[in-house]
Design a protein around this ligand. Structure first.
Ligand SMILES: Nc1ncnc2c1ncn2[C@@H]1O[C@H](COP(=O)(O)OP(=O)(O)O)[C@@H](O)[C@H]1O
Ligand SMILES: [Mg+2]
Length: 472
């Protein structure tokens, strides 16, 4: 039983003669091994390589320590230890020393090549370890105790047989084994389990002390590696944010230019349109000049529309946040277009289920999103068709809503799919190519996402928006 365990503690404050039995004072060989071990931990920052080196060193024939070694990493969220790597003595023979000065045992470090590490990962034992997980609340009680008290321990076969509910020892057919915690000052990183399946010999005091010495150093090295990876990820995120900011600054400059240009252009355009309409009223209905005037009026309207789109795209995102039911915005947008759809023979099917569909955002801007998508659908079905608009829950971590708009207009050509959200991309003779970029920008400013694809009969757009939290 657990009470019968013989625990060996390493007390950092105790004098060394108290920590180690006198016959176990470090031998030169152990010192050389410890030295090699610590320089090996300094030789790489990559977590994967580190764990291969640590376990290989523990089982390598020359070190005469253990026959098998396994590493489990701690997952505090699930309160489990997940098997990460397991290495037997025969899989560690390729471990070799590099950078050594001839004749000096206190130089160099161990190394392994990528192929050996791959072979180690593919071994049956390793796969078995990776497929295993130790539940700290309800699994091996001995391991749980090591984790709780952060001290190493060794267990004999007899101790474990008494612990009948544990499948762990049977899974690996372990007899005498030792467990050491991998910990930093305030965090448990994982554990190392070692045994000697072939010799079935006992684990000596010196071996256990070396194991704990290695485990202490390994815990720090693995933690450093994790922190380094976090640092790299944060650095990459910062770089992306900087690029987005620079892009934003360019867009802002473009926006200002577009705003002043459009202001300059709008006034003469209104004058041209107004005078053209006046001239039209002076002409006889069947006058040949009417055709010219209609062209002028049509083109003026198109330019006004283009200027409106450029302004909408380059405008700074000022969102007036309000909480509202998304279904109301969708219904309003459809109502605005209902007559146009009817005249063009487009039937509209709405599936807006009951439920909580409140979002936090700018209703006016979101209406613009649906109108732009409806206009595109209408333009894709000049000879009539069907439009289906469905509301459903998103499968995101935080609650979200997905609005799907599917038409029967033949779809978006495969080669255009990757360009449709790029400003000014259009396949239409009179298109501005700004409808979807405006949609995408508004959706993103609301913390959502838009994607486009094709179904059998036409295009399908999916707009995902985060749902507002339920009011208290
Ligand atoms: N429902 C749709 N069906 C087919 N193609 C579409 C649809 N919606 C958008 N597209 C494609 O995406 C392009 C870009 O759309 P958009 O940004 O709204 O600009 P525009 O409508 O002015 O061309 C369109 O020219 C068209 O090729
Ligand atoms: Mg459009």
């Amino acid at each position: 039983m657990i009470e019968a365990l013989r625990l060996v503690m390493t007390d950092a404050t105790a004098p060394i003669s108290q920590m180690l039995p006198s016959q176990a004072l470090p031998r030169t060989k152990d010192m050389a091994t410890s030295f090699l071990f610590s320089s090996t931990l300094l030789s790489t920052i990559h977590l994967n390589k580190l764990v291969h080196l640590i376990l290989s060193a523990l089982v390598h024939e020359q070190n005469q320590l253990f026959g098998r070694a396994m590493l489990y990493l701690h997952n505090p969220k699930t309160c489990t230890l997940q098997g990460m790597l397991g290495i037997c003595r025969e899989d560690a023979s390729a471990l070799h020393i590099v950078d050594t000065t001839e004749g000096n045992p206190l130089t160099g470090h161990w190394d392994l090549d990528d192929r050996t590490m791959e072979q180690q990962r593919q071994s049956e034992f390793c796969r078995n370890v990776r497929a295993s997980r130790i539940d700290l609340d309800d699994g091996c009680r001995i391991v749980s105790r090591v984790v709780k008290e952060r001290i190493p321990c060794r267990i004999s076969h007899i101790d474990c047989l008494e612990c009948r509910d544990c499948g762990f020892v049977r899974r690996f057919d372990m007899k005498t084994f030792a467990v050491a915690p991998l910990a930093t000052r305030d965090r448990l990183v994982g554990i190392i389990i070692v045994d000697n399946p072939l010799s079935d010999g006992p684990i000596e005091d010196e071996q256990l002390q070396l194991l704990q010495l290695f485990a202490n150093q390994s815990g720090m090295a693995l933690e450093n590696s994790r922190l380094y990876r976090n640092l790299e990820e944060t650095h990459a995120e910062l770089r992306d944010a900087r690029q987005r900011l620079m892009h934003g600054a360019h867009l802002a400059a473009l926006g200002e230019m577009a705003a002043s240009l459009s202001h300059e252009l709008k006034t003469p355009l209104v004058t041209i349109g107004g005078f053209a309409a006046r001239l039209g009223r002076l002409l006889e209905p069947d006058a040949t000049q009417r055709q010219y005037l209609d062209t002028i009026i049509g083109e003026v309207q198109r330019l006004e529309h283009l200027l409106g789109d450029v302004l909408a795209y380059s405008k700074k995102p000022t969102i007036c946040y309000n909480r509202f039911d998304l279904r109301a915005v969708i219904r309003e947008s459809i109502e605005d277009y209902f007559i146009v759809f009817e005249e063009q023979g487009i039937s509209c099917h709405l599936l807006l289920p009951e439920g909580y569909w409140e979002v936090l955002g700018d209703a006016h801007q979101l209406k613009q999103v649906f109108i732009n998508l409806l206009v595109n659908a209408q333009e894709a079905m000049p000879d009539g068709g069907e439009l289906r608009l469905t509301l459903s829950r998103g499968d995101t971590e935080k609650p979200s809503v997905v609005v799907t708009l599917a038409d029967t207009g033949g779809g978006i050509p495969e080669e255009s799919l990757s360009s449709i959200f790029t400003p000014f991309f259009t396949t239409k003779r009179r298109g501005t190519g700004l409808g979807l970029p405006i949609v995408s920008r508004i959706v993103q400013n609301h913390g959502g996402m838009i994607s486009a694809g094709n179904s059998d009969l036409g295009a399908e757009f999916r707009v995902m928006l985060p749902l507002a939290g339920m009011p208290d």
